[in-house]
Write a protein that binds this ligand. Sequence first.
Ligand code: PLP
Length: 710
Amino acid sequence: MDKNYSGIDYFRFVASLLIIAIHTSPFASFSETGDFILTRVVARVAVPFFLMTSGFFLISRYAYDNSKLWAFVKKTGIIYAATIVIYIPVNIYNGYFRMDNLLPNIIKDIVFDGTLYHLWYLPAAIIGAVIAWYLVRKFDYQTALIVTAALYFIGLFGDSYYGLSEKLNIFGGFYNLLFQISDHTRNGIFFAPVFFVLGGVIADRRRKTVFIKSVCGFGISLSLMLIEALSLHYFRWQRHDSMYVFLLPCMYFLFRSILHFKGNRITWLRTSSLIIYIIHPMMIVVIRLFAKLLHLEDLLIDNSVVHYMVVCLFSVAFGVAATLLWSKYRPKKVRYDSRTDRAYIEINLGNLEHNVRVLKKAIPPKCKLMAVVKAQAYGHGIYEISIHLEKIGVRAFAVATIDEGITLRKYGIRSEILILGYTSIYRASELKKYDLTQTLISLEYADALNKQGVMINAHVKIDTGMHRLGISNDDFLDVKKVFTMKNINVCGIFTHLCCSDSSVPDDVEFTKMQISGFYKLVSVLKENGISIPKIHIQSSYGLFNYSELKCDYVRTGVALYGVKSLPDDSAKLRLDLRAVLSLKSRVILIRQIEKGDCVGYGRSFIAERDTKIAILPIGYGDGFPRSLSDGNGRALISQYIVPVIGRICMDQLAVDITDTAGITIGDVATLIATEGCTNLSADVVAQNSNSISNELLCRMGERLPVIIKH
Ligand SMILES: *Cc1c(COP(=O)(O)O)cnc(C)c1O
């Protein structure tokens, strides 16, 4: 469970007590103003808080399918339906079913107003969630906020500011028409969406905030809201009193403040709060009956404070009891995560965040970190890695192919995306549509792309000696030509170093030649009146060994994931980077074989003694290299490091666990570890398989589920 959200759990409870206050007016028998302040102003934060909480966990611009939304709609719908049924007796008692025009009224109540006074919240949550979801997904937070705030303001003039809109009479019969459809503007269309969007904004932008600032912001907005409310009350403008201008900043700061509370989550508090919310009107009825029977009306009904406390007591007792009973007697499902039962990649986002911090500190202040997320983010899962990076403020991404770029856009990434590799010129319109920046790999390529007649953002690649992609740094005229192309907007120019990881003097010499060749070209361009776009040279090892360069970007791949390409490197800049990925599988079978028995294809393993083996359901089909067969690979199971024996198959491998004790079926086997076990770090495993971490990791992107470690 995430400890960061315990404040939300606590405040849910507070909010449910505030809602009871709204419906019981605790101070009514003592002070009218006091009651107004508590129930019509302060307690008005409760419902928006519930809406924001739902938004916080639901709304995200990175949601790439609608399943989460529909699950929310379904769950809320079921709760709503059940509550409607529960309250039918109360409705009968209130004479609900004897009203005129029953059918249209029932429909209206079910969609907007609720069939009992407090139940409007549930349909509002459903409608609000759907509106917020589509606005955020179709547009962006800014647009979604503008639209939902506009809706809120329309609602405002049918709520607390209704007197003003009546007086000005600028809206004609608009509100009258509206009130025929919904009793209040405080509903799923005008009221709820903005709070869902606000919740999503806070969840998706993981800004570090200062507690004191949030609390002060809350205090100030609440005071302003109080002044606003009292003035509106004084002028008698309020038709209803749920919506205030200052409620919006108030909620924003309140929610931010609440997120600062850390502690263990109390999940039963969450369910209880919902039940308290749903059940308290029933408790009010029950207490009335009680009071009548016991002749205690003076105390239990007429004394508003006592009345409030008794309603709270009954509701909380009911809520807690129902929650505990439910957790005890609900049909027990076997709790297992199907994604971790065979083989999986575990991602430590805390380590990723740490690496971003360290790398940002290591590069010049004006230089941007460009996160290289090609090949499934080096096998780490392009979705999980990229959205987290954007949430924590990374604003530039690099991929190898246009399809990777489109995928990022579909996941909701809005930052700039540079395609480092080749894209067919026939996909020019897609480059534009998805706002992707293309690398120009040669003059001919640039020319052909230009002729497509679509305006393309591009970075020119300069070949300074690697002889892979790019225009040679000697061909100044060719480079210059690219800058004059009508449909090519050159916003960057870069080169790639081919031996920046080496400390061999010849290699260092070569790299320096590459760097100076690049800068020479840049200065000639400058002399010829070309305004120089963003420049970049370094990848991870470029940064490690040539950190003195001052560019506009560094393109970090392997460093971001906290691994070295090989164990024995002599990088100059030693950064405290932490591995992000671990590779895990499970023991699914343990068997005893006899001396002389073989294991696996080709009988490459023959037991020299009676041997106990364990089978792990992971193989080269998952990207675990076949070259780690026959003792080259190892696994960590409980505290033992055990060797791979025989040949690794596509989907299975065997390890020798003869010298271990206590290993059982279902145990986790770690094949690549993030920390603690240097023998299993990616660089060592890569070296054992005659490769480098980059290849080892990026080959694991296909079949393995990505699990986020909390
Ligand atoms: C893949 C790639 C990078 C990232 O390299 P790392 O060594 O993983 O940091 C940088 N630049 C280009 C052109 C690349 O293709």
